[in-house]
Design a protein. Structure first.
Length: 202
């Protein structure tokens, strides 16, 4: 008869909280399956019943750390009057939240690029294949629609999807809250949107 893996009450939450503590005190590189198991006083094999690898643990750490931040950014978009200033305000606010999180999002982004197949990256639609960036991409879409009045972009619009992915990638791969860089991205997007609208009107 096969043995059933032992499930310990509330252990999943304890693992996540322990990983967050390690991250806050020692940084991303210190998050280690064996270290977490030791801190939780369980065998490594027991921990693997809950998380198959380090990346899955980091996903949960990210989700816990970013839940409140993403809600805050949603509120910023919702309360905005809706113009190009929102683009700058959103990106600078996002960078402030990223700084608080010690770059965990960038670590995950790099992990996923390394582990993904080349064709996914080359398609220019990497974010669509990424669990980590799904909500971020959705939020970028919401921000672009409100900033530029793109409610007519429509669903299943490949060109608009490519714009979302490009903007999200440009934002997430920048090293810090460089205002000049943010203004550069905004001006580039504004120029693209004007051209996009001209083509829609033809």
């Amino acid at each position: 008869m096969e043995s059933v893996p032992k499930i310990i009450k509330d252990l999943r939450e304890k693992i996540i909280k322990t990983a967050i503590t390690i991250f806050n005190e020692q940084g991303f590189d210190a998050i280690d399956i064996r270290k977490i198991a030791k801190e939780c006083n369980v065998a490594v094999g027991t921990l693997y019943n809950y998380f198959p690898n380090k990346k899955e643990v980091v996903y949960e750490v990210f989700n816990e750390l970013w839940y409140e931040s993403m809600n805050k950014l949603d509120e910023l978009i919702d309360s905005s009057k809706g113009n190009e200033d929102l683009f700058v305000d959103y990106v600078l606010s996002l960078y402030k939240e990223m700084k608080k999180k010690k770059g965990i999002g960038l670590y995950l982004f790099r992990m996923e690029i390394i582990e993904s197949k080349d064709d996914k990256v080359e398609e220019g639609n990497f974010l669509a294949h990424s669990k980590f960036h799904k909500r971020h991409a959705d939020q970028i879409e919401k921000m672009l629609i409100k900033s530029y009045g793109l409610s007519d972009a429509g669903d299943d619009n490949k060109e608009f999807d490519n714009l979302i992915n490009t903007v999200a990638t440009l934002i997430i791969t920048n090293k810090g809250a460089d205002v000049d860089y943010v203004m550069f991205i905004r001006d580039m997007v504004s120029s693209y949107v004007r051209d996009y609208r001209d083509r829609l009107c033809k």
